[in-house]
Every structure is written in C-alpha cells, then in structure tokens.
Design a protein around this ligand. Structure first.
Ligand SMILES: [Zn+2]
Length: 107
C-alpha cells in the first residue's frame, strides 16, 4: 500500500530502513505469508511480485515495531487490508448506530 502524503509524517524517520530490513534481511525477498518471491511471477496470480511492508496487527503508521511488520506480496497485502477495511466499516457502522465497538469504553 503506498504511503499517503498526509500520513508521511506519522511514519518513523527510519521507515525505509525498517522496511528494507523486513523485506530483504528477515524475509529474504519472499512474502512472509505465502512464500512468493520478489520480482518473479506469483504462483497463484501470475503477476510480478512486488514485496511491500505491511502493518499486521496495528495499522497506524507509527506502529512500526518489527513485530507488527511483515513483508507481503500484493495478494496477501490486499487480502489483509481488505479484512481490516471490512472490520473498520463494521466498527464505524456500530458506532454510528450508537453501539459500542469491540474495544469501546465499557463505562
Ligand atoms: Zn503472499
């Protein structure tokens, strides 16, 4: 997912190094979820794999702990983000309906 201009200042100053570390050193240029190799045709989609660094558990740009980052191919990254978008829509719908979200205030 490309970094949106309005979010650039929210990423840590060493984001490029973190991203490179995760993709190249830790993941050895392969998707950490499906194993697709960077720069080669994806075994399922056939499109050229371009590894990106994804936020896995916490999607806030500043949540850049290496434990929260994963090197993912487009397919895995899009599927993960789609799940998170769906979860976000559900949370917003519940909030708009006056219901508490999963992590809402219990008081
Ligand atoms: Zn993948």
């Amino acid at each position: 997912m490309p970094i949106r201009a309005e979010n650039k200042t929210r990423y840590p100053k060493d984001w490029k190094l973190r991203s490179l570390f995760v993709r190249v050193y830790r993941a050895r240029n392969r998707c950490e979820w499906c194993g697709a190799k960077n720069g080669e045709p994806h075994p399922i989609t056939g499109s050229k794999v371009v590894l990106t660094t994804a936020h896995v558990f916490d999607h806030r740009p500043e949540a850049a702990s290496l434990l929260n980052l994963a090197a993912l191919c487009q397919r895995c990254h899009n599927r993960h983000d789609a799940k998170m978008r769906q979860f976000g829509r559900r949370e917003r719908t519940m909030e708009n309906a006056g219901q508490r979200g999963l992590f809402g205030d219990e008081s």
